[in-house]
Design a protein around this ligand. Structure first.
Ligand SMILES: Nc1ncnc2c1ncn2[C@@H]1O[C@H](COP(=O)(O)OP(=O)(O)OP(=O)(O)O)[C@@H](O)[C@H]1O
Ligand SMILES: O=C(O)C1=C[C@@H](O)[C@@H](O)[C@H](O)C1
Ligand SMILES: [Mg+2]
Length: 160
């Protein structure tokens, strides 16, 4: 969360001359509610079901860059869908995470004690991000443009 998926995803799409899609945005648009509202109204499991469908649709319909929500990889079927795709795992350390997300209530899983929650989420998920990734790009101390270039290099893709 807050690592720069949306910022870098957009830049990457621009540099590759392809479209950009963000599954969090797709869910918000389809539901007419924020992610925080969906979590409060229906709980995380309901959000995950919407997310699973949104990722499947985005990967099937959209040939460009897709930014996934941070928890999408928790779903085994989603991980299977990512096999055979180019997948960039953008990483950062906890201090950078706190700087980038702050106490932003838009991220319900970080609403209380964000530093501790972020650490726990990463301990539970890091192996899943590594499992699906074909490239890992550290973002600490790099501008979004530098991260984008590092992703292009790691994927061995040339900008248009
Ligand atoms: N490389 C970077 N260096 C510094 N700040 C950055 C960098 N990339 C993104 N940011 C900033 O961090 C914040 C989070 O970025 P962004 O919304 O792109 O992350 P995200 O991974 O899409 O988050 P979410 O999990 O909410 O979808 C924004 O304020 C953005 O401007
Ligand atoms: O890491 C997560 O579990 C989340 C990340 C965001 O992209 C959103 O999908 C939502 O806030 C949950
Ligand atoms: Mg985002």
């Amino acid at each position: 969360m807050g690592v720069g998926k949306s910022t870098v995803g957009r830049l990457l799409a621009e540099r590759l001359g392809v479209g950009y899609r963000d599954t969090d945005d797709d869910i918000v648009a389809a539901e007419g509610r924020t992610i925080a509202e969906i979590f409060v109204d229906e709980g995380e499991a309901a959000f995950r079901a919407l997310e699973k469908a949104a990722v499947r649709a985005a990967l099937a319909e959209h040939p460009g860059v897709v930014a996934l929500g941070g928890g999408a990889v928790l779903d085994a079927d989603t991980r299977a869908l990512l096999a055979g795709q180019r997948v960039v795992y953008l990483s950062m350390e906890v201090e950078e995470a706190v700087r980038r997300t702050g106490l932003n209530v838009a991220r319900p899983l970080l609403a209380v004690n964000p530093r501790k929650q972020w650490r726990e989420l990463m301990e539970a998920r890091r192996h899943l991000y590594e499992e699906v990734a074909t490239a890992v790009v550290a973002t600490d101390g790099r501008t979004p443009e530098e991260v984008t270039q590092a992703a292009l290099d790691a994927l061995e893709l040339k900008q248009v």
